[in-house]
Write a new protein. Structure first.
Length: 168
């Protein structure tokens, strides 16, 4: 009975596979939104003010960073929690694939969130004249919370890696 239960629990990891596949639909939505922004931008680029252009481009960078985050979580999460990806030798393979454990994935996700938050904060500051001061303050506080969280997570991860390697 114990072996059956353990095998069942171990097999349950496959419930994550459709979730990682579902993230690819989110990636598709980002691609559609990205090109929607591009199609709106191109015909109006000559008439746009420089600040407006920069805001649209920052929005597109934001979408790109979120897309990279989705790919990283999909591929690395699948490899860490479901099954190794069996990619043919002649196919191009991402250099980090198979090298990112759950701890480093967590740190990369945190760093990506900080980068996305930074872009969003820059967009907010570019439009600061139209945003109340108390909202600006909360944007900065939230960004600093992301930065602090990422720093603490990285620090704790480095401490645990040091402990595992015998304190060296």
């Amino acid at each position: 009975m114990e072996r059956f239960t353990e095998n069942l629990i171990y097999a349950a990891r496959w419930f994550l596979a459709p979730i990682y596949l579902g993230l690819s639909l989110g990636l598709l939505a980002l691609v559609i939104k990205f090109f929607q922004e591009a199609f709106h931008l191109l015909p109006n680029v000559l008439a746009m003010a420089e600040n407006d252009l920069v805001l649209v481009l920052l929005s597109m960078i934001d979408l790109t960073l979120v897309g990279g985050l989705l790919v990283m979580v999909m591929l690395s999460g699948y490899e860490n929690f479901v099954s190794k990806l069996d990619i043919a030798e002649q196919k191009e393979k991402l250099s980090w694939l198979g090298k990112m454990d759950s701890g480093s994935l967590k740190n990369k996700v945190a760093a990506s969130i900080v980068a996305i938050s930074s872009i969003h904060l820059l967009r907010v500051f570019m439009d600061a004249n139209n945003i109340p001061d108390n909202k600006l303050m909360w944007y900065v506080i939230l960004h600093l919370a992301f930065v602090l969280s990422a720093f603490v997570m990285g620090y704790l991860d480095s401490m645990s890696r040091r402990d595992k390697s015998g304190g060296h």
